[in-house]
Design a protein around this ligand. Structure first.
Ligand SMILES: Cc1cc2nc3c(=O)[nH]c(=O)nc-3n(C[C@H](O)[C@H](O)[C@H](O)COP(=O)(O)O)c2cc1C
Length: 355
């Protein structure tokens, strides 16, 4: 099939791929700029940045300054489209969103809770607002709230299906019935739910679908089902430019299908990860002792949390794999080599054209 361009607001990407955010410190300026330079949209994950020791006393300032540094670095490496992803459950989400806009970011992507008040934080209409949702119902809730409260609609929607990596917008029960929640089924629901708002605002709301999209054939099938683009994360881990350490990338290369499991996260959502020593130890211990000076999540009950997710993710990204949580998508076990972002995108586009 012909390669369609992806338009989000005033931004047009030649390649219909959004590189999904990967916190903590996995998708930063290096990966995001490489994707933008290769024609896609690169996303900086804003969660968990900055010196962890200093952040114990000045969490918000340290996070903000580190995000500014990443945005500036990314912009020095590319003129292509860049997005910042801010998880709504972060205690400093509003600050990170405002900071990104002040630094000239033109696409804000927000999920991990319904971003109902996002338009209130971003008055500048040249900034595209892209909620992440996992169902037609959630899309309808967000768009109805934005329409009623702010007379505004989304500039794009990321639909994240149950095969995605990291935190998932599905219950444990839903994750056991994957065929009922397949990406094409969810996409049909979302396309239906957004129609009234496309009609009211007289423009298309592009839906970018992701979660388990692995090759050009997957991309073609989801585009033919009505998506305007795809969001992909897992495959970008195994690239030269991905900001994470070699040990983390190696954990993907070593993973087998049966190693990829669903865990309960202190964020309050299920998540998908590689069942490594950290997860096996937790299965035996039940709970780790946590001291939390950060209060990074509004939804984390420190007294009851089984581990500190921020620390577990920081450990993993710095290569302390045995003490860390290695988030991944369902298809991570299929990654078998490290390639450059340009090689990956060329391969995907060749497969898409051949479809
Ligand atoms: C290691 C990892 C970390 C992630 N972190 C975030 C995050 O910080 N914020 C977010 O909205 N999504 C996050 N995600 C989800 C991705 O952005 C993406 O939507 C999803 O993984 C797409 O599915 P795929 O990995 O099968 O391509 C993460 C995914 C992975 C694999």
């Amino acid at each position: 099939m012909n390669i369609p361009k992806l338009r989000i607001g005033n931004i047009t990407a030649d390649v219909p791929i959004v590189q999904g955010a990967m916190g903590v410190r996995i998708s930063l300026s290096s990966l995001a700029s490489a994707v933008a330079n290769a024609g896609g949209i690169g996303t900086i994950a804003s969660v968990g940045l900055g010196d962890i020791e200093k952040a114990k006393t000045e969490y918000e300032r340290i996070s903000r300054e580190a995000l500014i540094a990443e945005i500036r670095k990314a912009k020095s490496l590319t003129n292509g489209p860049l997005a910042v992803n801010v998880m709504g459950v972060l205690s400093n989400a509003d600050d990170l969103i405002r900071t990104s806009v002040l630094e000239g970011i033109k696409i804000i992507v927000s999920g991990a809770s319904l971003p109902l008040k996002l338009p209130a934080l971003v008055e500048d209409r040249s900034v595209s607002l892209v909620p992440i949702i996992s169902s037609g119902r959630a899309a309808e809730l967000v768009l109805r709230a934005w329409d009623k409260r702010y007379m505004r609609t989304a500039d794009g929607i990321v639909l994240e299906g149950p095969l995605a990596g990291g935190h998932l917008g599905f219950s444990m029960d839903q994750l056991k019935q994957l065929e009922q929640h397949s990406l094409p089924i969810l996409l049909a629901d979302v396309l239906e739910a957004i129609k009234p708002y496309e009609n009211k605002y007289g423009r298309k709301i592009p839906v970018i679908a992701g979660g388990g999209v692995y090759d050009g054939k997957d991309i073609a099938e989801i585009l033919l089902a009505g998506a305007s683009g795809v969001q992909m994360a897992t495959r970008f881990v195994c690239t030269v430019e991905c900001d994470v350490t070699q040990e983390f990338k190696q954990a993907y290369l070593d993973a087998k299908k049966e190693d990829i499991v669903i865990i309960k996260s202190p964020v309050g959502l299920p998540g998908r990860a590689i069942r490594n020593k950290f997860i096996k130890d937790l299965e035996v211990q039940g709970k780790q002792v946590i001291k939390c000076p950060y209060r990074c999540l509004t939804t984390c009950n420190v007294a009851e949390a089984k581990y500190c997710i921020a620390l577990a993710l920081v450990n993993a990204c710095y290569g302390k794999i045995d003490q860390g949580l290695v988030f991944c998508g369902e298809n991570a076990y299929r990654c078998d080599k490290i390639v450059t972002v340009r090689e990956l995108i060329s391969e995907l586009m060749a497969e898409l054209e051949a479809y």
